[in-house]
Write a protein that binds this ligand. Sequence first.
Ligand code: GLY
Length: 252
Amino acid sequence: MWKALTREISPNINSCELTHLNREPIDFEAAQHQHGLYLEALSACGCQILPLTPEPDLPDSVFVEDTAVVVDEVAVITRPGASSRRPETVSVAKHLEAFKPLARIEAPGILDGGDVLRIANRFFVGLSSRSNQDGLEQLRTILEPHGYVVEAATVTGCLHLKSAVTAIGNDAVLANPAWVDVDQFAVSKVVEVDPTEGYGANALLVNSRLIYPAEFPLTRRRLEEAGFEVITVPASELAKAEGAVTCCSVVF
Ligand code: GLY
């Protein structure tokens, strides 16, 4: 059965890191409600939810994706690019060691899971403000012996590579071409976001279905017209914290 590592939202979410967005008040109760619907969508897609220990003092700790990259053979505990986020990895490592052998990204490497795009057995690492070449090379050293390929990807204008592009199949991506050149992924199918929905490139693929923010109806229509099954969840509150649907879980 698929498992989804998740964590409840810190009541200090309004002190989260922000890189490309101006700070807007986040309604904590509304965010909790939306997060609950997200967990329901994960369950509906066949995931067993694994809740991590809450971390009320770590504002960004709901965004568990950034703390680990998990494949069948190993769980890679990252070293997040924002130093405020590094303590989040402690409880994640404790939880994942029950399921997988652990490997770790060490200094001077930095790596956020949000910069790690998996398309079948290929991994693309966005060299952003949160992930560097050293982190990429460490990930390559860990994953390539297991048959995976790890490559760099260029991204601009947004926080993470997966703000700009996500996998929606083994040979398909959803992308915002203003932030990323999709040719570098060499896939046969590309769905572009509607130009008015720049933040709409983040979809979470689980068991052939896409969990997708309700805030991007025009892009949703494009996905459905392309034959994808889409489950929408409201995600507007955590979007103000520069988080989206992939950010809130590690599915393995
Ligand atoms: N607020 C999400 C992040 O900056 O990591």
